[in-house]
Design a protein around this ligand. Structure first.
Ligand code: ZN
Length: 377
C-alpha cells in the first residue's frame, strides 16, 4: 500500500500505519468528541481529548481483531508479514495460505471472535455500573463498534472475513480450493456492487440507506474481490502444471567442452538463440555446471576463441536460481516473485539440466492451453 510507514513491531510482526489512518482518526475524534460534549456539557474542551482516547481505543480494537487472525495463522505455521491500519480498518498480511479448509476457516473467524469477545466484555463493563459518566459512554461506544466489527466482517464475500469463511466451506465441500476462492470472490463482487448502488442513491438523495462512505467501501470491496477472482482463475489454470512444462523449447544451453568460437557461432548466428545474453552450461552427461555470459566474448580477443573452451568461463548458479522439474508451476511463480527474478534453471532431482524457465513463457503456455481447450470444446 502506498503511504505506509512502520511504527514498530507487535509480537515480532512489523506494524504499519497508512497515512489515511490519520484522516480517519481525526474524523473519529471530532465525531466522538462532539457526541460526548453534547451528552456531558460539563466536559468542555476535554470532550475532544476523550474523543481522541475513544478513537485510539477503536483502533486498538481493530488491531486486536487483526492480531486474532495473526495468532491463528502463526499457530498453523504461517508467517505474518505485517499488520497495517488504514482507511477501511486493518489488514494482516499472511505469508502463505492455509494448507487445509479448516485452517483457513479458523484463521478467518479468529478476528471476528476477538471482536465478539471485546463486545461482550465492554458491554458488561458499560452495563454493570463499574464505570459511570463519560467512561461508561466510551465503553458502550466501543462495545457497539466491536459488535459492528464482528458482524460486518462476517458478510460472506471476499475480501471480508466472512468471504474467507465461505471460501473455506466451499473448499471443504468441493475439495477444490480455487472453487472456494471463486465463489467467495463472486459474492464479494456482488456485495461491492450493492454497496456502490446504495452509496450512489444516498449521495443523490434518493435513499436514506448508506452514504458516500458506503460508496467508498463498495469500491474497495469490488476491487479486492475482483483481484482474488482473477488470481483464483490463474491459479486453477496453473494447477497440475510443473516447472518442466514451462521450460523454453530453445533454451540457451551450451556444452562446457565447446570452444568460444563454437559458442559464438551458436549464440550469435542461430536465430532462436540470438536473443539470450546468458547461457546455461552443461557437461557431457547433461549435469548443470553453471552459466556463461555472452559478453565473455568481448573480454577474449577473437583470435583466441578457437583455443579457449567454455568450461573456463563458467560462473556458478546459486540455489535460488535453480528449481526441480517436478515442482508445481504455482510454487515456481511464487519463488520467482519473491526473489525478483525473471528466469530460472530447471533441473531433475539428479542434477541433470532440463532447460530454462522464463516467467514470460508461462503466459504463453497458458494462452496455448486456453486455445487448445477452446479447440477441443
Ligand atoms: Zn478480520
Amino acid at each position: 500500500m502506498n503511504g505506509n510507514f512502520r511504527v514498530g513491531n507487535l509480537f515480532g510482526i512489523p506494524f504499519f500505519l497508512n497515512i489515511s489512518w490519520f484522516i480517519v482518526l481525526a474524523l473519529v475524534t471530532l465525531n466522538f468528541g462532539t457526541g460526548l460534549a453534547s451528552q456531558f456539557p460539563y466536559l468542555g474542551n476535554s470532550a475532544l481529548i476523550l474523543g481522541l482516547v475513544a478513537g485510539l481505543l477503536m483502533f486498538a480494537s481493530v488491531l486486536l481483531h487483526e492480531l486474532g487472525h495473526s495468532f491463528a495463522a502463526i499457530q498453523r505455521g504461517i508467517n505474518v508479514n505485517s499488520i497495517t491500519l488504514f482507511l477501511f480498518g486493518g489488514l494482516a498480511s499472511l505469508d502463505d495460505e492455509a494448507k487445509s479448509p479448516s485452517g483457513a476457516f479458523w484463521i478467518a473467524v479468529a478476528g471476528p471472535l476477538v471482536s465478539l469477545a471485546l463486545f461482550i466484555g465492554l458491554f458488561l463493563v458499560a452495563a454493570s455500573g463499574i464505570v459511570t459518566g463519560p467512561a461508561a459512554a466510551i465503553a458502550g461506544l466501543l462495545a457497539y463498534i466491536n459488535l459492528i466489527l464482528a458482524t460486518f466482517n462476517m458478510i460472506p464475500g471476499l475480501p471480508l472475513d466472512g468471504g474467507n469463511v465461505l471460501r473455506a466451506i466451499v473448499w471443504k465441500v468441493t475439495g477444490n480450493r480455487f472453487k472456494g476462492t471463486l465463489w467467495a470472490s463472486r459474492v464479494g463482487q456482488f456485495i461491492g456492487w450493492t454497496a456502490i448502488i446504495f452509496g450512489i442513491l444516498a449521495v443523490l438523495g434518493l435513499s436514506n440507506i448508506g452514504s458516500f462512505w458506503t460508496l467508498l467501501i463498495g469500491w474497495f470491496l469490488l476491487q479486492n474481490a475482483g483481484r482474488s477472482a482473477q488470481s483464483a482463475t490463474l491459479q486453477e489454470a496453473l494447477s497440475g502444471l510443473t516447472a518442466a512444462d514451462a521450460v523454453v523449447k530453445e533454451s540457451p544451453v551450451v556444452d562446457a567442452n565447446v570452444t568460444l568460437r563454437e559458442f559464438a557461432d551458436m549464440a550469435i548466428l542461430t536465430k532462436e538463440k540470438s536473443q539470450w545474453q546468458r547461457f546455461l552450461v552443461k557437461d557431457e552427461d547433461d549435469n548443470l555446471l553453471g552459466s556463461i555470459r555472452l559478453n565473455v566474448l568481448q573480454a577474449v580477443p577473437s583470435t583466441e576463441w578457437s583455443n579457449e573452451i567454455v568450461r573456463n568461463f563458467i560462473s556458478p548458479i546459486s540455489e535460488e536460481n535453480k528449481v526441480e522439474s517436478d515442482q508445481s508451476l504455482l510454487n515456481v511463480i511464487g519463488h520467482l516473485e519473491k526473489q525478483g527474478i525473471q528466469a530460472i534453471a530447471v533441473i531433475r532431482d539428479n542434477g541433470k539440466l532440463v532447460g530454462l524457465l522464463e516467467k514470460s513463457n508461462i503466459i504463453n503456455l497458458l494462452q496455448k492451453r486456453d486455445k487448445a481447450q477452446m479447440q477441443s470444446a
